[in-house]
Design a protein around this ligand. Structure first.
Ligand code: 4NP
Length: 169
């Protein structure tokens, strides 16, 4: 299952989602069944490290996003990835404009997978402070947990395969 997380700049929200989803998948032992990446709808930060604030607040939760680099979404991404997961409605609008119609069903909001969540979008933290960056982390953790659970429920990711492997160790 190939999952691409998308935001505007690919330096705050989507690299955070890429790292958190990968961490959850690693903890569940299912990372070998997944390919995870992130991209931005805007090219301002191509090749750049994540925003220092995103690095700092992710690190406080034990998540290292420093190796990630900003990149621009490409039309080929809609072929390559099974799911294109957006942070907000503006991302969805930009992605839908770029995506061939037959593949638009791959585009979904991250928080549509979150359980008991009052937010529908992960708000852009760029002009915010500590509270906004912490909120982004809380929302992304909730959405990524729900997304991974949904992939298991839908049979795209198999936890039992992992347990079988572990039971032989
Ligand atoms: P992101 O945040 O979309 O979560 O990466 C932003 C990063 C940069 C800008 C806006 C949002 N910017 O305007 O440069």
């Amino acid at each position: 299952m190939k999952v691409l997380f998308v935001c505007l700049g690919n330096i705050c929200r989507s690299p955070t989602a890429e790292a958190i989803f990968s961490k959850l998948a690693l903890e569940e032992g299912v990372m070998d069944q997944l390919e995870v990446d992130s991209a931005g709808t805007n090219g301002f930060h191509i090749g750049q490290s994540p925003d220092p604030r995103s690095i700092k607040y992710a690190a406080k939760r034990g998540i290292d996003i420093t190796p990630l680099r900003g990149r621009l979404i490409d039309r080929a991404d809609f072929e390559r990835f099974d799911l294109v997961i957006a942070m907000d409605n503006e991302n969805v609008r930009q992605l839908t404009a770029l995506c061939p119609e037959a593949m638009q069903g791959k585009i979904n909001l991250l928080l549509s997978y979150a359980r008991r969540c009052n937010y529908r979008e992960v708000p852009d933290p760029y002009y915010g402070g500590a509270r906004e960056f912490e909120l982004v982390l809380d929302l992304i953790e909730s959405g990524c947990r729900g997304l991974l659970d949904q992939l298991v429920i839908d049979g795209f990711v198999s936890i039992s395969q992992h347990l079988q492997v572990r039971s032989h160790v």
